[in-house]
Ligand binder design. Structure first.
Ligand SMILES: Nc1nc2c(ncn2[C@@H]2O[C@H](COP(=O)(O)OP(=O)(O)O)[C@@H](O)[C@H]2O)c(=O)[nH]1
Ligand SMILES: Nc1ncnc2c1ncn2[C@@H]1O[C@H](COP(=O)(O)OP(=O)(O)O)[C@@H](O)[C@H]1O
Length: 298
């Protein structure tokens, strides 16, 4: 093959691959495996991926219960032309579409939208903020996780964690008792018992899960109405200060956690909200406010 022909073959292969990638996104939305809000969140990354290249028309019609007629009405209402791709939407169009879907998806979800997940990098203060909420907002249920790690001095069974051995954790996983679970810091397994969360939500109460980022992703898949909050440190230096100041890890473990923290900080865009933990009381209040208002700031 001469060079132009090689180029043509490569270009047509790339076009086929791109079409397949877009079809996979649409299929995942249609099957309920991907939350359309998630797809929107990833659509604006540069360079545009499959999500960004999806036409808004095909994006909307892949959402269950949006047919072609409804899709056209939505596009008209939102002032978006049918030729637009998701990644090509202007800021205001993007916000209108996101708000529209947010309202629609929350309204359609049978479970109350009162589940908040608090995640963030190591030592940002997740535990401190969660404790503050436990002490000052008794109306919020703080989920107690099961873990295979050993209790630290002062930790209370059933309050800090349910401390279980590997066999018991295996049993909980097998019997579907956990809403999500993950191996954290390459060390121990942690999981959220499903029963208390379901019971509190069914009773109309708010629930807070303080879990790691992998867990936050799993909760989003299992319960798309959950609101994901990313707790941010005021600065990288302050994060390091908090980790070192806490003094619960060895120097090499601290270094390992900081490497993980860098990766985790890059996942902030997957979250619905960010709260900066400068002052514990203020950060806690911001998290609690999210449970009270449906349309808090994003
Ligand atoms: N996925 C998941 N992560 C959890 C759960 N419970 C706690 N974690 C996370 O596990 C990590 C380790 O917690 P812990 O052993 O208390 O140590 P810490 O790092 O000093 O807070 C933290 O990032 C928690 O957010 C859970 O039920 N599920
Ligand atoms: N807003 C804050 N200002 C100053 N120090 C904080 C703040 N929040 C938490 N800390 C401190 O930072 C350290 C890590 O907090 P911790 O709650 O254990 O983090 P995480 O649960 O995210 O790993 C602790 O020593 C805690 O006292």
């Amino acid at each position: 093959m001469n060079p132009p022909e090689v180029d043509r073959v490569a270009a047509s292969r790339a076009a086929v691959a791109a079409r397949r990638a877009r079809a996979a996104v649409k299929a995942a939305i249609a099957a309920g495996e991907r939350n359309p809000l998630d797809v929107m969140r990833t659509a604006f990354a540069e360079p545009l991926g499959a999500e960004g290249k999806l036409r808004v028309t095909e994006f909307l019609t892949s959402i269950p219960a949006i047919g072609v007629t409804k899709m056209h009405r939505i596009m008209d209402d939102l002032g978006i032309s049918p030729a637009k791709r998701l990644g090509g939407l202007g800021k205001h169009q993007r916000e209108r579409l996101y708000d529209f879907l947010y309202d629609r998806l929350s309204a359609r979800t049978p479970a109350p939208a009162r589940l908040v997940v608090l995640a963030g990098p190591t030592a940002v203060g997740k535990g401190t903020v969660a404790n503050h909420i436990r002490e000052n907002h008794p109306d919020v249920l703080l989920s107690v996780s099961a873990t295979t790690r050993a209790p630290r001095p002062g930790e209370v069974e059933g309050v800090s964690y349910y401390f279980v051995d590997d066999a018991e954790f295996d049993r909980m996983v097998e019997e579907g008792e956990l809403l999500e679970w993950a191996t954290v810091h390459n060390a121990h397994r942690y999981g959220t018992p499903r029963g208390p969360v379901d019971a509190a939500l069914a009773a109309g109460n708010s629930v807070l899960l303080e879990i790691d980022i992998q867990g936050a992703r799993s909760v989003r898949r299992a319960m798309p109405e959950a609101r994901l909050v990313f707790l941010q440190p005021p600065s990288w230096e302050e994060l390091v200060r908090r980790l070192v100041g806490r003094g619960t890890e060895t120097a090499s473990e601290q270094a390992r956690r900081l490497e993980t923290a860098k990766v985790e900080l890059a996942s902030v865009d997957e979250f619905d909200f960010q709260v900066v933990n400068s002052d514990v009381g203020e950060a806690a209040q911001e998290v609690v406010d999210l449970m009270k208002t449906r349309k808090a700031k994003r």
